[in-house]
Design a protein around this ligand. Structure first.
Ligand code: ASP
Ligand code: MG
Length: 438
């Protein structure tokens, strides 16, 4: 059995839902994971925002607009009055529930309930539509098996046993459907796996059932070798190692959520990125692929802040780096990139919430300088250090662009360079030319 996950745009309209229904029916008995229709989770966040601000009327206005949108989807999706009525009833119940939560007693508990409704709606609609098409799909509630533990981490053994029980209970289903993103937490409350978390759901389910493959269906034909928004002539990468995919997902390749890679990697389950608009295109296959000795792709991450701590005391001293890192730890700020010399260390962060406090503390250890509005450019591939030439090629491409930091050797899979955000597009294009077009 495979796990097939469809993102928000893949189910973004009645026509798209019909396409997905056709696609999943042709592929037989698998587990289908859906996101909310595109835009819905953002709207639910907006509703919650009004409610946090105690503007109940403002919230209700948006709730009504969203409900109208779904009425139109239902009218277009179903052919028979019977199914149209059934769908209207389901959706009405969901929107009435959202209204019942929309009071001035609103808290984060109610917010998480509201955020969960998008996936509940999309899976209900697809399930009813499949039934109308005489496909015996069974909708499994993710709230019955997807759970996080006390640390907010997925509770793998619980997920595995509960999911297996559900699958056995409905063993004669033609297709299983379930919601991405939503779960319960250790207290049994409705919660979620963070924005974009449907990919993570798919990967956790794939791991739980030992799936043959996890397919992530989006609206682009795989992971591209550079960012198509800024660079012309990019092309899909046909194969990536799990670790290469993890680097790319983290450094800005929006197509795959970074958390998705680990459960698949640990259980050695291939992940295939496919395009709903072009179902026959090959896409990108992510697995434990053999060494290719090639550079595969370039990605970039914006809004990076670089911090340099220079200190005479660092020379020949031990314990200096530990003290520096502890400061970041104490403000729950993770470090992305590090470069060191004998007299200083530079690090980058993308979360500047506690920057002022961090800087105050760092000043106890040395002279501190900060560069804002930077971007990490990440070159990814099979870059094991015995392979020669790729560093030269990469840096040569950057010969007219000021580079603030360079990091290589942390893994076998990447070279990271820090540049000004305003130089990012130039850097991506220069690298495209040097690495893939020459
Ligand atoms: N619907 C959720 C979001 O928009 C989860 C997802 O799409 O992966 O973040
Ligand atoms: Mg997504």
């Amino acid at each position: 059995m495979k796990v097939l996950k469809f993102g928000g745009t893949s189910v973004g309209s009645a026509a798209r839902i019909k396409e997905v229904a056709k696609l999943v029916t042709e592929r037989g008995k698998n587990i289908i994971v859906l996101s909310a229709m595109s835009g819905t989770t953002n709207t639910l966040v907006e509703i919650s925002d009004y409610l946090h601000k105690r503007n109940v009327d403002g919230a209700k206005e948006i709730v009504n607009q969203l409900e109208n949108k779904y009425r139109n989807v239902i009218d277009e999706l179903f052919a028979s009055d019977e199914y149209r009525e059934a769908a209207r009833k389901e959706i009405k119940a969901i929107f009435n529930y959202i209204r019942s939560l929309s009071t001035d007693k609103f808290s984060y508990f109610e917010e998480r309930e509201i955020l969960a409704q998008g996936e509940l709606i999309s899976t209900n609609l697809l399930n009813l539509y499949l039934h109308e098409q005489s496909v015996d799909s069974v909708l499994l509630s993710a709230l019955e098996f997807m759970r996080t533990d006390n640390n907010g981490e997925p509770d793998s053994s619980y997920i595995r046993s509960r999911l297996h029980a559900q699958l056995e209970k409905h063993s004669d289903a033609a297709i299983y459907l379930t919601q991405g993103y939503i779960c319960r937490n250790a207290f049994g409350e409705v919660d979620n796996l963070q924005r974009g978390g449907s990919d993570y759901t798919a990967s956790l389910i794939g791991a739980a059932i030992g799936a043959e493959e996890i397919e992530i269906w989006t609206d682009i034909d795989g992971m591209h070798n550079n960012d198509p928004r800024y660079v012309e002539g990019t092309s899909p990468v046909s194969e990536l190692h799990f670790d290469e995919a993890a680097e790319l997902a983290y450094f800005g390749a929006k197509i795959l959520h970074p958390t998705c890679v680990l459960p698949a990697k640990l259980n050695n389950i291939p992940v295939r990125l496919l395009n709903t608009m072009q179902p026959d295109a090959k896409g990108t296959l992510i697995y434990n692929c053999p060494s290719s000795h090639t550079i595969k792709a370039v990605a970039a991450k914006d809004n990076i802040t670089a911090i340099k701590i220079k200190s005479g005391r660092m020379l020949l001293a031990y314990g200096f780096l530990r003290k520096v890192f502890e400061i970041f730890e104490s403000y729950q700020t993770s470090i992305d990139m590090i470069t060191t010399s004998e007299v200083g260390v530079s690090v980058t962060i993308d979360n500047t919430r506690n920057l002022h406090l961090i800087l105050d503390d760092l000043k106890k250890f040395g002279t501190v300088t900060v560069d804002h509005d930077m971007a990490i450019i990440c070159v990814v591939g099979d870059l094991e250090w015995h392979n020669t030439g790729f560093e030269t090629k990469t840096l040569k491409a950057m010969d007219t662009i000021p580079v603030r930091m360079i990091s290589y050797g942390g893994s076998n899979y990447n070279i990271s360079m820090l540049v000004r955000q305003s130089d990012k597009i130039n850097a991506l294009n220069a690298l495209q030319k040097a690495l893939f077009n020459d």
